[in-house]
Design a protein around this ligand. Structure first.
Ligand SMILES: Nc1nc2c(c(=O)[nH]1)N[C@H]1C(S)=C(S)[C@@H](COP(=O)(O)O)O[C@H]1N2
Ligand SMILES: [Mo]
Length: 318
């Protein structure tokens, strides 16, 4: 497949020189210095020393200065119903999911289609770290240093046709790897969709890592979506299919409870969920008694994305 267009901000323009230092060289240097077997101690709040390291550059243009949640918070308080419905279940049951080997099928309104290995999918894309706010529809939030690349750069490789108005992303369906798919909690597989302009927006990220390390299963390994201005349920995990479609696709939570969850799911403090307010949020890790903080329109990304919804009634298209 042809190499995708470069991201609008080149890593060379945004990366401080020290980050360019090749991690493999660093490891080789450490080995040469006789550090064999001495794993670097894990930083407090960061990933364990055993987590697989990724090469990436930082992207400050698309990062918040807010302090990230700890690796522990991000990887042990999860929604991934295919691995259990309690927040701690996905980590406990993460071992069922095997992120390699992994294939992704591309179909629908595109010139380039077929089934690709996860290596084919990832290879052309330089990885970036972006510290994003993440807001769940349940009114909690985190700050997460994701590692990934713009979804748009991936989609362009498949040359979507003019009939491709939306993209639908589908989670793996396999009761061996995702055992709670044996239960009728939701309709499986989990699916999500974006309008083409939302999918192509530079903030929309395909994620394969967190805290500079390989994404753990409970966070949606090996490939999951992150759309930081939308409620967390749009950020579909463990993706095996990318479909270019003409009509607005079904999304799992809208199909389950259409009165409560729409297709757009833009974070909006002015539009309450039928059963609770969306005006404030609880930042995970701040302590249960910590004051709740104000939720921002589009989760704080309004300057970048409000224009996508010009002229739309956001109470109707919630
Ligand atoms: N396949 C799948 N994707 C999913 C979910 C899920 O249950 N299954 N939960 C969604 C919801 S509601 C949220 S808040 C985020 C949670 O992502 P995290 O566990 O990495 O914080 O994943 C989203 N993606
Ligand atoms: Mo969520």
């Amino acid at each position: 497949m042809p190499r995708s267009r470069r991201p609008s901000i080149l890593p060379s323009e945004i990366t401080p020189p020290e980050v360019f230092f090749n991690r493999r060289q660093a490891i080789a240097a450490a080995l040469a210095a006789g550090a064999v077997g001495l794993a670097r101690a894990a930083e407090p709040g960061g990933p364990p020393a055993t987590a697989g390291k990724l090469e990436y550059s930082r992207n400050p243009r698309y990062s918040t200065d807010e302090t990230p949640n700890s690796y522990e918070d991000i990887t042990s308080y999860n929604n991934f119903y295919e691995l259990g419905t309690d927040k701690s279940d996905p980590k406990t049951n993460a071992h069922y999911l095997r992120p390699r080997p992994w294939n992704v099928t591309v179909d629908g309104e595109a010139e380039v289609k077929g089934t690709f290995t996860i290596e084919d999918i990832l290879k052309p894309h330089p990885l970036e770290e972006r510290v994003y706010r993440f807001r769940c529809v349940e009114a909690w939030s985190m700050v997460v240093p994701w590692v990934g690349f713009p979804l748009g750069d991936l989609l362009k490789r498949f040359k979507p046709t003019s009939r491709a108005k939306y993209v639908q992303l589908t989670t793996l369906k396999d009761t061996k790897q995702l055992p709670w798919q044996r239960y009728p909690i939701l309709e499986w597989p989990y699916v999500e969709g974006l309008r083409m302009d939302e999918a192509m927006h530079p903030l929309t990220l395909m994620v394969t890592g967190v805290y500079g390390t390989v994404l753990p299963a409970q966070n949606g390994a090996p490939l999951r979506l992150i759309v930081p201005w939308k409620y967390g349920f749009k950020s579909v995990k463990s993706i095996v299919r990318i479909s270019f479609v003409e009509r607005q696709p079904v999304n799992t939570w809208n199909a389950a409870t259409p009165r409560e969850y729409g297709f757009y799911a833009n974070v909006n403090p002015a539009v309450d969920h039928p059963r609770w307010s969306q005006a404030k949020e609880r930042r995970i890790g701040a302590g249960f008694l910590a004051r709740r903080i104000d939720t921002l329109p589009f989760n704080g990304y309004a300057d970048d994305v409000a224009g996508l919804y010009k002229g739309m009634d956001l109470r109707r298209f919630f």
